[in-house]
Design a protein around this ligand. Structure first.
Ligand code: SAM
Length: 314
């Protein structure tokens, strides 16, 4: 993490790994930091307790974290706040839900899911297509103490047969994207594999959104899935609201009974929602649909640019 341009990063966020410790005892390791009550007040020697995501803390970017025992032993996991939204929104219940993380490496959202699922054995299947990244995923899950709860499957998620997974109730789908919400790239290697030097041209976005649509649609065809969170670290509507709209208009998705969640089920207190204009073809439902989506703007909202939307079957 030292290649990071720290001045560009407004907050360094870390999550308490409740598989290995509690927030209370983790905070004892950071007693030397003074608590502040807004991210704007962060400076060296201070810590902020997030109000949206449980067990999440923010420190000044130059605060030493990666050399602490807590980091080295996996009691804390460095993860941007917005990147914590998907698992928190999905909110799976231990001993009840079994979930798939369809695009899992390096595993930030996977280990967050394991933490929420209280590490109950056999709760998560984590797919990762890339061989090298699947190895990193396994190492990360192990470091977090989650390998009993998480089964890592190296392979293409779109090629598995949904009928082989009747036990699956929920999904996090965080596919490859343009990464246009990312800055301070090295810090956030959790969120995309793309090359920043590459132009974000229209054709590339069309290709990416086609893939994003396909992979979410596949997940929405699992027979007993009831909830799915789709996310990207892109700021482009093409990869975000427009993918959601194509899914909401898809005959198979409609036939399977999927709808977009309402704001009250998707971190209602977070102010920045999906772009209403994008949903204008839905007429008076536009505001409601945008409310089922969350956006985070790069830097302005205290971290990376991010998008999340929640689908559910009632
Ligand atoms: N969710 C991860 C996290 O929070 O740490 C980040 C995931 S990254 C944005 C997308 C990942 O999806 C990449 O590692 C990529 O190799 C993987 N991927 C792309 N297509 C896939 C597919 N068809 N099946 C499984 N994984 C895929």
């Amino acid at each position: 993490g030292d290649i990071v341009d720290k001045d560009q990063t407004p907050v360094r966020w870390f999550r308490c790994n409740t598989i290995k410790t509690t927030a209370e005892s983790l905070l004892k390791e950071f007693q030397h930091l003074t608590r502040v009550y807004s991210i704007e007040e962060l400076k060296l020697g201070t810590i902020y307790h997030d109000i949206y995501i449980p067990n999440l803390f923010g420190v000044f970017p130059r605060e030493k974290i990666t050399n602490t025992d807590a980091y080295l032993k996996g009691r804390l996991i460095i993860q941007d706040r917005a990147s914590c939204f998907p698992a928190y929104i999905l909110n799976p219940k231990p001993n009840i839900d079994k979930v798939i993380d369809a695009c899992a490496a390096p595993g930030n959202k996977t280990t967050h899911l394991a933490s929420i699922l209280q590490n109950v054995p056999g709760s998560i299947i984590a797919f990762e297509k890339d061989v090298k990244r699947a190895k990193i995923l396994k190492t990360m899950c192990d470091k977090a103490g989650g390998l009993k709860c998480i089964s890592v499957q190296q392979g293409d998620f779109t090629s598995v047969n949904p009928l082989d997974y009747p036990e699956i109730t929920g999904f996090v789908v965080d596919p490859s994207c343009s990464g246009s919400g990312i800055f301070g790239r090295a810090l956030y290697d959790d969120d995309s594999e793309q090359d920043l030097k590459e132009e974000i041209d229209e054709n590339r976005l069309i290709k990416l959104s086609g893939f994003q649509f396909k992979i979410v649609k596949h997940a929405l065809s699992f027979p007993n899935a009831r909830k799915l969170v789709y996310s990207t670290c892109s700021i482009h509507a093409q990869e975000n609201e427009r993918v959601v709209i194509d899914l909401l208009r898809d005959p198979d998705v409609i036939k399977n009974g999927w709808t977009l969640s309402t704001r009250e089920d998707v971190i209602p207190t977070w102010e920045r929602r999906g772009f209403v204009e994008e949903f204008s073809s839905f007429g008076e439902d536009a505001v409601k649909l945008a409310g089922g989506c969350i956006r985070s703007l790069p830097k302005i909202d205290g971290g990376i640019g991010f998008f999340a939307a929640c689908f559910e079957k009632k």
